[in-house]
Ligand binder design. Structure first.
Ligand code: FA5
Length: 345
């Protein structure tokens, strides 16, 4: 176009085109973020940027040409901004994906992603349910916040029994107020025996695994919250021999070899006779837990005919079983959630 015949609008549009071409050239040829920033200041700088200078010239454009000039000014501004964004994007971390990273050392050992796994107690509970399921015992459940009937009375533990002492239990004042009777965190899973017998008639073969609470001081073999596995079988002609057979089958399945089992006289208010059961493993006798033949008073509390039915019950410590199996020497390790410990299982 002949400069002499150019209108002010023509010359303005030419300046805009030149500005855009220079800006695109500068942003496209930048080789790092520093150069992109320098180009940004040169072209879009708020005070002395070249765009600002061309923008100021808009005032000299005659009124009728102003709309066209203004539209083109906006178009050029958007195009310069797009060139800037493009250049920034080229140097962002994102855009390096898929390209060789000069800092990557392929001779370094790789890092593996660790998979989560179930807590050893959960693994043990699943395994115990599985073994007892194969022996014909179905799972049963009961609440952890219990009343005195299920934790004591129906289990033949009278009001003046030392096992009901506040120092031996976690009584709950708020829950007691809400329920209108004394509530406590169950101290044994034997509560579930009562809940099952209240709802169903013999024959019964159930297993209940869950948390129990006692104000015991934590030491290598005690914890104030732990898990028990309760077993209950009620039928005609259930005897101590049936109990011993089931415990032996259980121990043999759990420990993976034929395990001798012995029973010693003991006392529990809800079984008569009561025993402590031990199994012989790794060269020594180890206690399983308590067991016995269900006391007739317990059957009376749930309305069972004591002439027709007999039953056995047992309560084993899940943590102790898990410890013996995995060679864990301190129960507290299972509850500190140190991943270095948990990763071993
Ligand atoms: C009872 O709790 C009875 N209910 C068991 C029972 C059930 C007897 C049915 C007869 C018929 P005992 O208090 O002994 O019994 O606890 C049973 C097992 O729980 C113990 O052998 C032990 O393995 C485990 N145990 C007891 N206290 C703790 C504790 N503080 N921390 C971890 N394990 C414990």
């Amino acid at each position: 176009m002949n400069p002499e015949t150019m209108t002010p609008l023509d010359s303005y549009l030419r300046d805009l085109d030149l500005l855009l071409a220079d800006a695109q050239q500068a942003f496209n040829s930048a080789t790092n973020l520093q150069e992109v920033e320098e180009a940004r200041v040169e072209f879009l700088g708020a005070k002395s940027g070249r765009f600002k200078a061309v923008q100021k010239q808009l005032g000299q454009i005659p009124g009728e040409s102003k709309p066209v000039a203004g539209q083109n000014l906006n178009r050029v501004k958007n195009d310069i901004q797009a060139a800037l964004d493009n250049a920034k994007q080229r140097f962002s971390t994102e855009s390096f994906r898929g390209q060789p990273d000069p800092t990557f050392d392929r001779t370094l050992p790789g890092s593996t992603r660790r998979l989560g796994r179930l807590h050893p107690i959960t693994q043990t509970i699943n395994e115990l349910m599985d073994i007892m399921g194969r022996l014909g015992f179905s799972p049963a459940f009961g609440p952890e916040v219990e009343d005195e009937r299920h934790n004591f009375e129906a289990l033949n533990i009278p009001a003046d029994h030392p096992a009901r002492d506040p120092l031996e239990n976690f009584y709950l004042s708020v829950a007691s107020q809400q329920h209108g009777n004394t509530s406590l965190l169950r101290s044994q899973t034997s509560t579930v025996q009562i809940r099952v017998m209240e709802k169903s008639q013999p024959p019964i073969r159930v297993i209940s695994l869950g948390r129990v609470y006692r104000p015991d001081t934590a030491d290598p073999t005690h914890y104030p919250m732990f898990h028990q596995m309760e077993g209950l079988m009620v039928d005609r002609n259930v005897t101590l021999a049936t109990l011993k057979t089931v415990l032996k089958l259980f121990a043999t399945n759990y420990l993976g070899e034929s395990v001798p089992v012995r029973i010693r006289p003991s006392f529990f208010p809800f079984t008569e006779p009561s025993v402590e059961a031990d199994y012989f493993w790794n060269g020594k006798w180890t206690e399983f837990g308590g067991a016995g033949i269900v006391d007739p008073n317990v059957f009376k509390a749930v309305g069972y005919d004591t002439e027709q039915f007999t039953g056995f019950a047992f309560g084993l410590g899940v943590e102790r079983l898990c410890m013996i199996r995995h060679g864990i020497t301190d129960i507290r390790d299972m509850y500190t959630n140190d991943v270095r410990f948990l990763r071993q299982f």
